[in-house]
Design a protein around this ligand. Structure first.
Ligand code: TYD
Length: 209
């Protein structure tokens, strides 16, 4: 979406990889650089999309088939794009989102059968935009899973698929970074939050320059 004044930046990674903390820190950092950043998340980021979020993250792991999930995540994303992302970018604000379409490519497209073709087709028809920059937080799935489940957020539907699922997700995100080298940067997230935030700020500063 580089035709707009604002930059569209997504953070991606497995459950418990620290994206939410780093998304907040990145938005704060952008605001110290004389920019205005909107911090948002998926699924959610707009009132209707937050309603859809509850259908997706709560309840039994088997509640939805992967195909139904693709449609629900895409419906939430379309609302998020219309109501939050596009208006902010057009007003010259940066958008920092905790997850975007790459999560669907990996969670729904590459973990429970090969549905990547369907994900890409629906994305192209209904969404049609990619972030200017995607930061993939990469960390050990066993540590991340422990952290995620320890939170007991009541939103553990995807964590409840277990460690092999998180390992597949990690591999999926790393493969994606290779598929989209122009916009994806892998960040080592096996370290402390300050070091990770510094690494992210460096990458974003370079992108803005
Ligand atoms: P998120 O709020 O990022 O959870 P966390 O903070 O624990 O990482 O996302 C909620 C869950 O939804 C998460 O397990 C990932 C999953 N998800 C998908 O499966 N597909 C998608 O397209 C998106 C955006 C999220």
């Amino acid at each position: 979406m580089s035709a707009h004044l604002g930059k569209f930046i997504s953070l991606e990674g497995i459950d418990g990889s620290g994206k939410s903390t780093q998304a907040r820190r990145l938005a704060d950092w952008l605001n110290t650089q004389g920019r205005t950043a909107v911090l948002t998340r998926e699924p959610g980021g707009a009132p209707g999309a937050e309603d859809i979020r509850r259908l997706l993250v709560e309840g039994d792991p088997d509640r939805w088939s992967p195909e139904t999930e693709i449609l629900l995540f895409t419906a939430a994303r379309r609302d998020h794009l219309e109501r939050t992302i596009r208006p902010a970018l057009e007003a010259g604000r940066d958008v920092v989102t905790d997850r975007f379409a790459d999560s669907t490519r990996v969670y729904q497209g590459a973990t429970r059968g090969d549905l990547r073709g369907l994900v890409d087709q629906i994305h192209d028809d209904a969404i049609g935009v990619e972030p200017d920059l995607t930061l993939i937080l990469d960390m050990d799935p066993a540590v991340a899973l422990e952290r995620g489940l320890a939170r007991q957020s009541g939103e553990d539907r995807f964590e409840d698929f277990g460690l092999p699922f998180q390992q597949k997700l990690r591999a999926g995100f790393l493969a994606l970074a290779k598929d989209y080298p122009d916009r994806c940067v892998v960040i080592d997230a096996n370290t402390d939050p300050d070091t990770i935030a510094d690494a992210i700020a460096q990458v974003v500063a370079k992108h803005l320059a």
